[in-house]
Design a protein. Structure first.
Lengths: 205, 310
């Protein structure tokens, strides 16, 4: 290995579950087999790694021969699906030991999967954790505000000239970015009244 | 853009106000003649063209340069080969190690310090230690991740009658702690005089197999979703961060017959939480002097206002 090329660590993007699950297109920026894989976020950014804080609501060992854990981690906009098996022993052990519900912080890599029986373009996006730790409600709230800020940063930069990933997102997804601003607003509002937004719920008042 | 065009635009910028009707094309043509027809190197050609316009404008060469530069804080210099102006105090003068160097030392301003070098060939007036100067048109340089500025024959030196409080170069970084790298937790260092290398499997890369001395540290990554900072927490900062002292760490390792349990335990307590770290930058690392966990309620109001205004 050449010593002059220290691979630089990739930033962990902040993205709400609703946007994360809308993504589905992954790409590499070089032909090198070990080149990093990026998930293209619909708001116009590439994500090789993400940082997520949410509530672990369910976990299940879906492995056949060996343990393979699936966890559902919920943020104010939707659900992240987290998968950890023998190659993520620490994360798998955490999922085994944790009792839902629990606030968890996850650093991980986005992965996509196209089920064989699915209709074309129906891609499932999941998270392969590097680490899972238990955190408190304040940390979760801090993440929601930070993720809203980063999402707004991307939306504001979306129409900027030379925004390569926004151009890619327009080509690949054709999803209106305003949606993600609205999701961010709902997420922030949920912090103020202390509960998760329910877009479909009818206000009883 | 070609080098010629770029140089022409730079020259144009310098003379546009003094020489009526000057166009970039005209300058480019002159450069082109010198460089492509007469095979004159670009820097000589530049000098020659500049001289032409200096004469037309009735200016001295000293009046050139400096004008178009940005005045930067020395602590923020992070790019090679940039022409900049600085306003700084000569904090220290060192003994030049080479005949070609007239002066070498440390410049400082509120943002921190940076090494400077002046060469004999530039024939500049001498700088005095403790004096504040405005230095126009110096060029930045980089060696192994550390930056310096070089004075040159076009550098303007103006002594300023003011005082500067030189900063220690501390930076403040915040973000979520997203990784604890290998070489963290309970480590052993080489006990040889002046060597504090971390041992790998009981071996020092310089002194071979040695009886190491225990130490605590964390090499962590703070990530704010925009950029990452690698942070080194020394023994004190590590204890503050994790609540684990060196003595406790040794006990944990003894009980488990394994030192890696310490780093594992630390991962569980600090990963995924938000911190603010203050300390000096050393190469690619920030050395944590002060550590504060960001806890308590957050204010969503200002972000909401921002979101609604988009």
């Amino acid at each position: 290995m050449s010593s002059n090329a220290i691979p630089t660590r990739k930033v962990a993007r902040r993205v709400f579950a609703s946007e994360f699950n809308d993504a589905g297109y992954t790409f590499k920026e070089s032909d090198d087999e070990r080149a990093p894989i990026y998930l293209l976020l619909p708001s116009g950014a590439r994500a090789n790694r993400v940082f997520v804080v949410g509530t672990l609501t369910e976990k299940e060992d879906i492995g056949e021969d060996s343990e393979y854990w699936r966890g559902r981690v919920v943020d104010p906009t939707g659900t992240f699906f987290v998968y950890a098996g023998q190659y993520q022993p620490d994360a798998a052990a955490m999922l085994r030991d944790l009792e839902p519900p629990a606030y968890v912080a996850i650093v991980g890599k986005p992965r996509t999967y196209e089920p064989e029986d699915s209709e074309e373009g129906d891609v499932l996006v999941s998270l392969r954790p590097e680490s899972i730790t238990v955190v408190d409600a304040d940390t979760r709230d801090r993440w929601v505000v930070e993720t809203a800020e980063r999402t707004l940063d991307r939306i504001e930069a979306f129409d900027e000239e030379g925004n390569e990933y926004a151009r890619m997102a327009r080509e690949r997804y054709d999803l209106p970015v305003e949606t993600y601003r609205d999701r961010a607003i709902e997420a922030l509002e949920s912090l103020e009244d202390g509960q998760a937004p329910e877009p479909d719920a009818v206000d009883a008042d | 853009m070609t080098d010629l065009r770029e140089t022409a635009e730079e020259i144009h910028e310098q003379f546009a106000e003094q020489v009526d009707g000057l166009t970039v094309e005209e300058i480019e043509e002159r450069l082109d003649t010198l460089v492509n027809d007469y095979r004159v190197p670009l820097d000589e050609a530049t000098r020659s063209v500049e001289s032409t316009y200096l004469e037309k404008a009735g200016m001295d060469r000293e009046e050139l340069g400096g004008g178009g530069n940005e005045t930067v804080e020395v602590g923020t210099i992070d790019e090679d080969e940039q022409w900049v102006d600085v306003r700084a105090k000569v904090v220290e003068l060192w003994e030049p190690r080479s005949e070609s160097i007239a002066q070498v030392g440390l410049l400082g301003d509120e943002s921190g310090t940076v090494k400077f070098v002046a060469f004999r060939t530039s024939d500049l007036p001498e700088l005095e230690e403790g004096t504040v100067y405005a230095l126009g048109n110096v060029v930045t340089d980089e060696y192994e991740g550390r930056y310096s500025v070089k004075l040159n024959r076009t550098t303007s030196i103006t002594e300023l009658d003011e005082e500067i409080e030189v900063g220690d170069g501390a930076v403040e970084v915040t973000g979520a702690l997203v990784d604890i790298q290998s070489g963290s937790g309970l480590i052993k260092r080489c006990p040889e005089e002046g060597c504090t290398r971390v041992l790998q499997n009981g071996r020092c890369s310089e002194h071979g197999e040695v009886e190491g001395e225990f130490d605590l540290r964390i090499k962590g990554v703070l990530d704010d979703g925009d950029e990452i900072h690698e942070v080194i927490f020394g023994e004190e900062a590590t204890e503050e961060l994790t609540g684990i002292s060196l003595a406790e760490a040794k006990e944990m390792a003894m009980d488990a017959l394994d030192t890696t349990v310490v780093a594992d335990e630390m991962r569980g307590t600090v990963l995924g939480r938000y911190y603010r770290v203050t300390g000096p930058e050393l190469g690619r690392y920030v050395l944590a002097d002060e550590v504060e966990e960001l806890t308590g309620p957050v204010d969503a109001e200002s972000t909401l206002i921002r979101a609604r205004s988009i």
